[in-house]
Design a protein. Structure first.
Length: 252
């Protein structure tokens, strides 16, 4: 049975599974629409997130809100989480054993939300989700498939705050996200239309087959009644077989 986000949060509890519990202010679990089509995965909380218990509320978060508009999204439309739930001291890079300890909860979050698209922000989340050592520079700009998910690696918004030359690349990738979502919606709508068409076709074929069987039964019964009347045997009441077949048709 798939866990809900509340189940995952309960499992996490007041986590003390690694040394980050000693220096954090609070656990930063995740925030957003629990049924979001798009889930963003960052690396770890920063200072503002550690104080506010919500991911991406600092300067990088403000820029992320601007980028979301390019994709036709708002913050309330998406779900946002991180590889790590606790801030590393001095915003250090996530360490391998910290990622290994914390990411089972991220996996459960992804399963709970079941998004269409995973957007991985930065090197660490992209490498973890795609199971690769390739750098974000080579991963970004194209859609990857892992399992049932479309994965779109993008530079972390903080990178564009320190290096403004990356802003056009981030904006390009969020336009790519919009195109990806539009394509997925088209595929879903096409699938629904085909399903409705097949359902109508099956229904029409069923009705046609039943009508054909009804006519054949009536013809056979008429012949049998004619033979029986000549042989002196009992004859069915007029319309008896017709009513029986109509009842059969209504039950189907």
């Amino acid at each position: 049975m798939t866990k809900t986000l509340e189940d995952v949060k309960s499992d996490l509890g007041d986590c003390r599974r690694c040394e980050l519990c000693e220096t954090r202010t609070t656990i930063v679990f995740g925030v957003g629409d629990p049924d979001a089509e798009v889930m963003f995965i960052g690396e770890a909380p920063g200072r503002q997130e550690d104080l506010g218990a919500e991911p991406f509320i600092g300067a990088a978060g403000q820029y992320l809100n601007e980028l979301l508009m390019i994709a036709g999204l708002e913050r309330k439309d998406v779900y946002i989480a991180n590889l790590l739930k606790c801030r590393p001291p001095q915003n250090a890079d996530p360490l391998p054993h910290q990622i290994e300890t914390c990411t089972p909860f991220l996996r459960d979050q992804v399963r709970a939300v079941q998004p269409l698209v995973l957007v991985t922000l930065g090197r660490f989340s992209s490498q973890f989700i795609l199971k690769t050592d390739m750098g974000i520079t080579h991963l970004r700009g194209r859609v990857h498939i892992t399992g049932r998910y479309s994965v779109l690696p993008i530079y972390h918004p903080a990178a564009a705050i320190y290096d403004r030359s990356k802003r056009p690349l981030l904006e390009h990738d969020f336009m790519l996200l919009k195109m990806l979502l539009d394509k997925r919606h088209e595929e879903l709508n096409l699938g629904q239309s085909q399903g409705q068409y097949l359902e109508r076709s099956l229904g029409q074929n069923l009705e046609q087959n039943l009508e054909q069987n009804l006519v054949q039964n009536l013809e056979q019964n008429s012949e049998q009644n004619l033979v029986q009347s000549h042989s002196g045997e009992a004859v069915s009441e007029p319309g008896q077989q017709l009513n029986s077949d109509k009842n059969l048709f209504s039950r189907l």
